[in-house]
Design a protein around this ligand. Structure first.
Ligand SMILES: Nc1nc2c(c(=O)[nH]1)N[C@@H](CN(C=O)c1ccc(C(=O)N[C@@H](CCC(=O)O)C(=O)O)cc1)CN2
Ligand SMILES: [Mg+2]
Length: 282
């Protein structure tokens, strides 16, 4: 029997707690505000940004919405970020990724004031995380840790294999897992004998961006499998990086797609916005 981890339900529970928290902050005269920056017209990004604004609105977090054309220059985007950094009414800044190819994502992230880093992706915040003293955290990895906690799945001393080494998921998740006393392997496209490496995992996290790449041959009997992938097939169906039916023959816990990790990313973004607002002096 596989327990399906309910990310949607967990995210909803967190959001209702955050709503109360927001009301308290407002009573204290603090109006939390998240700046949401979207460059270009990538349809998936438009959906994610809309969902983020909707989540903020439901919780009572104000958003400052900025949509820029696809041909925006690096100078223009950096100037916008400088303005948001200087705006005392803005507590958190989010730049939706990916950016159009003419823009340098790392330089953009680096320009955000680390104290307003809603996504926790600024090198200074990643540095704190890797030193075991986290401040702002990347939202998807944080959401994964919260789901494991929610389902009381122990991490300390466990073998964790993460497939994928992105700055958004794999690398920061490795740091969070190390900080939680796991034994961590980060595998990727150049890893030899990948299915054999993966099948050592008590907790297998898959963030490859390759639809249904992982089947039961990658999974140890009784493992927890966290599927970070979101892939839309030609027939319109949304699938993860894990073949779900096949994983269910082995996994004890499994995150579905949709309704697993995705909704937690947005809930964590909301939580971080409130935390940054609270830590600010305005
Ligand atoms: N600045 C950022 N850019 C990107 C991030 C991020 O955390 N910060 N992550 C991804 C996209 N993303 C948020 O931005 C995101 C992706 C998916 C979901 C989600 O809830 N997915 C649903 C399915 C939604 C659908 O139908 O398409 C689910 O899994 O249930 C939330 C956030 C890249 N860019
Ligand atoms: Mg680029």
């Amino acid at each position: 029997m596989t327990v399906m981890i309910d990310g949607r339900g967990t995210a909803e529970k967190i959001r209702s707690q955050l709503k109360q928290k927001t009301e308290q902050l407002k009573q204290q005269g603090l109006e939390p505000c998240l700046a949401v920056v979207l460059v270009g017209d990538d349809p998936a990004s438009q959906v994610y940004v809309r969902n983020k604004k909707r989540a903020a609105e439901k919780i009572g977090i104000k958003t400052k919405d900025i949509t820029l054309p696809a041909n925006t220059t690096q100078t223009e985007l950096l100037q916008l970020i400088d303005e948001l950094n200087d705006d005392v009414t803005v507590h958190a800044i989010l730049v939706q990724m990916p950016l159009p190819t003419q823009l340098d994502e790392n330089a953009v992230i680096e320009r955000i004031d680390p104290k307003k880093d809603a996504d926790g992706l600024h090198p200074e915040n990643l540095g704190h995380l890797f030193m075991g003293q986290p401040k702002a955290l990347p939202c998807t990895p944080r959401g994964i840790m919260v789901l494991l906690e929610e389902y009381q799945i122990p991490v300390a001393g466990k073998n964790v294999v993460i497939i994928g080494r992105s700055n958004l998921v794999g690398r920061p998740l490795a740091a969070l897992m190390i900080n939680a006393d796991a034994t961590v392997t980060v595998a990727h496209s150049k890893t030899k004998e990948l299915s054999s490496v993966a099948s050592q995992a008590d907790i297998l996290v898959v963030a490859t961006g390759r639809a249904e790449m992982v089947d039961e041959t990658y999974i140890k009997e009784g493992a927890t499998v966290i599927d970070v992938g979101i892939n839309r097939l030609a027939n319109g169906k949304l699938v993860g990086d894990v073949k779900q039916a096949s994983a269910e023959t082995k996994a004890t816990y499994l995150t579905p797609v949709p309704g697993g990790v995705g909704p937690m990313t947005i809930a964590m973004l909301m939580q971080q916005t409130l935390e940054l607002a609270e830590k600010s002096n305005n």
